[in-house]
Design a binder for this molecule. Sequence first.
Ligand code: GRF
Length: 201
Amino acid sequence: MGRLAILISGRGSNLQALIDAIERGILDAEIAVVISDRPDILGLARAEKAGIRTRVLPWQGDEHRESYFEAMAQVLHDEKIDLIVLAGFMRVLSRNIIREFPNKIINIHPSLLPAFSGMRAQRQALKYGVKLAGCTVHFVDEGVDTGPILIQRAVPVYSHDTEDTLAQRILAEEHVALPEAVQMVLAGNWRIQGRRVICEH
Ligand code: GRF
């Protein structure tokens, strides 16, 4: 059974999807720790309610980025983590921590990458006028939202959509995609070829 660390910065609905998937027996994993860069967020309350250990590592400002992620890497090593999941974690990881955990960090992003990376992806999609939007779970590499893709799920964009209605529709798919991707990575029957994640069945 894989040991997970889930990194969050807010509401934690993707964390909840992982907790639920484990409870329902469709994800064979254990959430060893939930790490947040902010205190008093809904995601931490969700973790506590599920009896999961939490660590708040308050963000100290960009000038302390290196030491921040050194401290986080220490926690991850101490916890013997198999997979680190960025589930709405709003900081860009340092290059060092990414190199320390090669192919062991995944992220969920609310767009069909490579379209609309970065902040407010749903708003970017609406503004651009695409008719399909969605979410992507990908390995984290040293770029922003650029690593090899594990899973994507698409949703339609309607004329009456607002940023909020579109975000809700995408979020429902995120909650399916993330547990699936975690299960897939932990199962280990994949390899990376160039940019492609090849799954051997
Ligand atoms: C999600 O839309 C995720 O794709 C993005 O941040 C949001 C986090 O939502 N990276 P939640 O905290 O999991 O509810």
